[in-house]
Every structure is written in C-alpha cells, then in structure tokens.
Ligand binder design. Sequence first.
Ligand code: SF4
Length: 73
Amino acid sequence: KHIVLEGDIPSAMNPPSGCPFQTRCGWKSEVPGGLCETKVPDIQTLAGGHQIKCHLAEDILARMDAVIKIAAE
Ligand code: SF4
C-alpha cells in the first residue's frame, strides 16, 4: 500500500526524544500522556510472533490496515 509520511524527517545524529518515529507518526495522538515524546517504546510481541516497538495499545494496532503484506511461501 502506498502511503505518504508527513512531518519532519528526524536527524540521525540528533534523534528526537522518545520514539524516533514520533515526528512523522500519524498515530501518536492515540497514545495517552505524551508517552511517544518521552519514552522509547519497549518491544511488544503480537500474534504470530511479530515484534514491534510502539506504545499503541493492541486494540488500536488491530484497527490498522497492513501497509506491507508478505506473500505466503
Ligand atoms: S510509539 Fe508508536 S504511536 Fe508512538 S510515535 Fe512511535 S510509532 Fe507512533
């Protein structure tokens, strides 16, 4: 799926506080308490063993459309 990211590209030399993707993430308003701006997310393991680093709750993640689909072998 083709998506266009908006926002500022973070500096690799001086990354933003919290989640390094937070300057371009359209979902961070769904995370309470401004956590995306202050804390690097821990690893979450989702169904199928898929691992992500994100503060979003699992029910919100479940509402997202997949951007990349991997063909079955
Ligand atoms: S932790 Fe998740 S919701 Fe928050 S900015 Fe990073 S990618 Fe977005």
